[in-house]
Design a protein around this ligand. Sequence first.
Ligand code: ADP
Ligand code: MG
Length: 259
Amino acid sequence: MPKMSFPTPAQLDAMAEEERGLIEVRRAKGPDPNSALVWFPPIQAAALPVPRTMFVEYNPMSLWPICDGQEPLPDFPVEKLKETAAQMGYPVFVRTDLASAKHDGPKSYRADSEEDLLRCICRTFEDNAMKSIVDSTRCWMFREFLSIGHSFTGFSGLPIGKEWRFFADQDGVKCHHFYWPEQAFERGFGVPEDWREKLEVLSMEPDADTLGTLSAMALKAVQAIGEHCWSVDFAQDEAGKWWLIDMARAESSWHPKHK
Ligand SMILES: Nc1ncnc2c1ncn2[C@@H]1O[C@H](COP(=O)(O)OP(=O)(O)O)[C@@H](O)[C@H]1O
Ligand SMILES: [Mg+2]
């Protein structure tokens, strides 16, 4: 086998510099197509039922040092983040414009205080870094915390409830399915023994009226954006109200079952 030599520190610095250059070029082109900065403003303007939401812009470069046990860089907007969360009112649901750290449970997305807020931000940043999307994030997205109706929790406490994903383009709704696949829970991760039965009940089709309402809202959301095919996710809260909570461009969220 040919002998592999490790890059020298100077070579590593050069590689990091080149990577930073590529990231800057990409960022200059605007938000990632899946960014909530793209889909949220039009659907809010269309008066769809979305949780109260606030954004705080940042540059992910300013937070990378935390992954190395260091403090964030001085341009990390810590005061603005604290002010915005206080303005929103705790508890706050924390995510970036691209994703939450939902599979890590509420300790990574539910902030009940300023102290929790910084922990959620750090854990979410690390989560997005592991998903290799963090350099494409542009902002923190704080949302009014919803009580999702649920019959069990998974992933260290994430409520598993009635969530449905619709796919729609400008012409109409293409299909819909229950959000949580069985495979998500098969490895355990703190789910109760009877999770399969509970999931089966949760995944029963809503009645025709509800499906009609959700379909109409999915189409309205996609038409408010005005182009492309999207996945549109709805979740039902404990009071029975349906909320539009997440969207993604269809090519990145196409369910295997629809391939
Ligand atoms: N405002 C909220 N309050 C409470 N739970 C939420 C809220 N928004 C989303 N959730 C829950 O967290 C999960 C992940 O949130 P979401 O915004 O869809 O991010 P992700 O990109 O990680 O899917 C949702 O599927 C839902 O169960
Ligand atoms: Mg989601």
